[in-house]
Design a protein around this ligand. Sequence first.
Ligand code: FES
Ligand SMILES: [Fe+2]
Length: 344
Amino acid sequence: MNQSQESPMNEQRKKPRFPFPRYPRGWFQIAYSDEVESGSVHPLHYFGRDFVLFRTESGELSLLDAFCPHLGAHLGYGGHVEGESIRCPFHAWEFGGDGRCTKVPYARRIPNKSSIKTHHVREINGLIMMWFDIDGAEPSFEIPEIPETNLEEWTPFAKRRWKIRTHNQEMAENVVDIAHFRYVHGMKIVPQPHLIEPNYPVLKMETKTIMETPAGDVEGILSVEAHGFGFSTSRFTGLVRTTVIASVTPIDDEYVDVRFSFTVHKGQGDSIARGIGKAFTAEIARQLEEDKPIWEHKTYFEKPMLCDGDGPVGAFRRWCRNFYPEWYIEQAAREYREAHGTIA
Ligand code: FES
Ligand SMILES: [Fe+2]
């Protein structure tokens, strides 16, 4: 494809796809703990920005903006850990986990203000999470510990990952959209979700459901708990107990990085748990892949034409507004209107 054929497409792509802001505030997974060993350095791209994640020799984890304040090298490509600092690949300046320049090997004085912006990270439930807030505000909530991730009776994570062209909020809305469970996922009984606690930052939903697995139908209760748009747990209790941690992290204006971590209670023995775990993982992965083409191509209506069989979409969308500052909501709506000549 030549340049002139490409440009109309690119032009179209620059139009905002959604009338709400792209990057919500909250905790978002950027890696698994076991992927980041002491002394390792990882370039990351999330929220349309570049970062470097590293663990010092003593095990301290740091997330910094990627670019060296000296002449702009990306610390994630060729940078390496020296004790408690990261060394730039370009001229060997070193920076501590607090972002401060600790060494310029060929200068007598370290320039003032030679520090790099740091970001809050947490290691919890085997995940590494970063805090994001468009205004740069401090964390206003925390991610809870999920006991299943620490207990012997639960299997180690089975992990799945997808890159999807959608928005965190759109994926989250899936949970309250009860009708689609039947028509997209072919569920025999459409779950009747009950929104328990739509407060900042937690939204809880509970529903009776039938989980169809290759090993047969399993009846039970599904409880979903979302802590903002980045982190949620779905617990299925019935004949088997399973938990899925779903992490969705915005990559840029178009894509999100989705990680599902599955664990199964070993109540019925290791090998049965492994078998059920496999079937369960396959079922949830299948469901996500059924949703994916819809998410990637759908549009968003601010005032959808709902009917009485639809779930609590309005309550859900009111909850969503908690995760964007007012100016950001207004700016996104204005940009959408200007690009599309209309409101959604
Ligand atoms: S660009 Fe990093 S030390 Fe020069
Ligand atoms: Fe779905």
